[in-house]
Design a binder for this molecule. Structure first.
Ligand SMILES: *[C@@H]1O[C@H](CO)[C@@H](O)[C@H](O)[C@H]1NC(C)=O
Ligand SMILES: *[C@@H]1O[C@H](CO)[C@@H](O)[C@H](O)[C@H]1NC(C)=O
Ligand SMILES: *[C@@H]1O[C@H](CO)[C@@H](O)[C@H](O)[C@H]1NC(C)=O
Ligand SMILES: *[C@@H]1O[C@H](CO)[C@@H](O)[C@H](O)[C@H]1NC(C)=O
Ligand SMILES: *[C@@H]1O[C@H](CO)[C@@H](O)[C@H](O)[C@H]1NC(C)=O
Ligand SMILES: CC(=O)N[C@H]1CO[C@H](CO)[C@@H](O)[C@@H]1O
Length: 433
């Protein structure tokens, strides 16, 4: 059933793209579309697919020129690979100081370090004694890595997991995985189990999906050496025997059956397993039941408000997912138009490929309904996302077209401290300190 939905999304995405031109091209990102799009993996001969491919990782339809601009913008404080490694290491060291006690108490903490432009957040993961920086993604369910089986052309510049150097790796005979995105990019390979330690939280037989093929956008992003999927295990792509996520495996040994995402604008935050650090947020947490039907951290979201304005109806049947692996907030057109109609400089900018605002504009906060009882504040300053050129900035909230599924990505997380509770399938949210 969810495959059908994702197939539908995929078709919608391509159709919308082919038809696109007059309106801004922002589409819903390609939800991990596990097997339905397999035949398109590693292809890309037509224009739209090529175009989408380069945007795959960002799960939004941002043109490459804009990505360039976002990267150029960070030149003052470039997060180069070396720089990144240092940053992450410094924080891991300080986190490690707490790990002994933390681990004993059934928790694990790692630094979540943003790449240039906060395009993604990476955190160190120890696999069989080897440490790689991986993208923690609450919107998918495969833990996969760059490894030494990959040809040099696909892996130069990456940190590679070397299966031959792990004394704890056990191959799973005949197991394969193949993850695709709505745009046709993806990765695939074989599978083993190994010991995985994330900041002290440890699983001894975690399925490690080793890439033997990765698509170009992954190759180009050398800081990112793979993903840690943290959605529900039912979305895992390993065959013939589906595998459990790290979170599902580690949950019984955690002090609390939760992990939290503390993602920060242009600075280092944290992913924590097994504990909720109340010093990271103000007030009390709101708890929202999760709709697990599709395997995402999904909830209803039918209303929104701009600043201190009254709540308005968004998509009445709306559902949204909390997705750390998506950069922006991708919402219903009702929400997007309702919000930007309050901002004089907002425009559909065909050149930038989405809605832009003046960089020097002060944007109102956007309040988003989460589960019917909580209006989550998304800071206006975060919605003024990234410079395109001059005083033109790309909006952090873009339209996914009419769809039941909105995606609340990192722009949302920068304002909200979020706890993912696998014990009672709920999400805890509170405004960041
Ligand atoms: C980004 O920087 C590169 C190298 O300085 C330059 O060639 C390119 O035109 C810049 N791109 C944008 C969009 O500013
Ligand atoms: C380590 O623990 C102390 C005391 O609980 C806390 O103040 C500090 O932020 C922690 N450091 C890290 C990196 O988590
Ligand atoms: C789930 O667990 C949290 C943390 O223990 C609790 O505060 C919350 O009320 C529970 N939520 C639901 C929907 O049961
Ligand atoms: C749960 O999600 C499914 C799929 O998105 C949707 O059809 C269903 O209406 C949702 N259930 C509730 C109670 O919102
Ligand atoms: C949270 O509390 C701190 C300290 O009391 C305050 O400075 C900050 O503005 C508050 N943040 C929010 C989002 O309310
Ligand atoms: C070197 C470095 O970036 N250290 C950061 C580690 O994380 C804390 C917040 O948890 C930052 O304040 C430090 O700057």
């Amino acid at each position: 059933m969810h495959s059908f939905l994702r197939a539908a999304l995929f078709l919608g995405l391509l159709a919308a793209l082919v038809a696109a031109a007059p309106s801004p091209n922002i589409q819903k990102r390609g939800i991990y579309s596990v097997e339905r799009v397999r035949n398109t993996n590693f292809q890309g001969h037509n224009g739209p697919r090529q175009y989408l491919k380069s945007l795959r990782k960002y799960r939004m339809n941002i043109p490459p020129e804009l990505m360039d601009a976002i990267k150029n913008q960070s030149v003052a404080a470039p997060v180069t690979a070396a720089n990144f490694a240092k940053l992450a290491a410094a924080n891991v060291t300080s986190a490690a100081a707490n790990t002994t006690t933390a681990a004993a108490a059934g928790t694990g903490v790692v630094a979540a370090t943003p790449e240039s432009g906060d395009i993604e957040y990476l955190a160190p993961v120890n696999i069989g004694g080897q440490t790689l920086n991986l993208d923690f993604d609450s919107g998918s369910s495969d833990l996969w890595v760059f490894d030494t089986q990959l040809a040099a052309a696909s892996s130069t510049g990456h940190t590679l997991y070397d299966p031959t150097k792990s004394t704890t790796l056990k191959m799973i005979n005949g197991a394969t995985w193949n993850i695709g995105y709505g745009d046709g990019s993806g990765a695939a390979g074989n599978v083993g189990t190994d010991t995985v330690n994330i900041g002290g939280a440890t699983v001894t037989a975690q399925a490690i999906e080793m890439a033997t093929a990765v698509s170009q956008s992954f190759v180009a992003d050398t800081n990112n050496n793979g993903l840690v999927g943290l959605a529900y295990s039912k979305l895992n792509t390993v065959k013939p025997q589906q595998q459990k996520t790290f979170f599902d495996n580690v949950m019984p040994s955690l002090a609390m059956p939760v992990f939290t995402a503390d993602l920060r604008k242009a600075s280092v935050g944290a992913y924590t397993f097994g504990a909720i650090d109340a010093t990271k947020f103000n007030g009390t947490m709101a708890w929202i039941p999760v709709n697990t039907t599709q395997g995402f951290w999904q909830f209803s979201s039918t209303k929104f408000a701009v600043g201190t304005g009254a709540a308005q109806a968004g998509n009445p049947t709306g559902q949204a997912i909390a997705d750390t692996g998506t950069t922006l907030i991708i919402a219903d057109p009702t929400v997007v138009n309702g919000y930007y109609s309050q901002i004089p400089s907002a425009q559909n900018n065909a050149q930038a490929g989405g809605i832009t605002v003046d960089c020097d504009a002060t944007l109102p906060d956007l309040m988003l309904d989460v589960g019917g009882n909580y209006m989550a504040r998304v800071k206006g300053s975060d919605i003024n996302y990234a410079q395109v050129t001059g005083n033109t900035c790309f909006g952090g909230v873009q339209s996914g077209g009419v769809s039941n599924l909105a995606i609340y990505g990192d722009i949302f997380f920068k304002s909200q401290f979020v706890a993912f509770n696998g014990g009672n399938n709920s999400l805890g949210m509170a405004e960041h300190q």
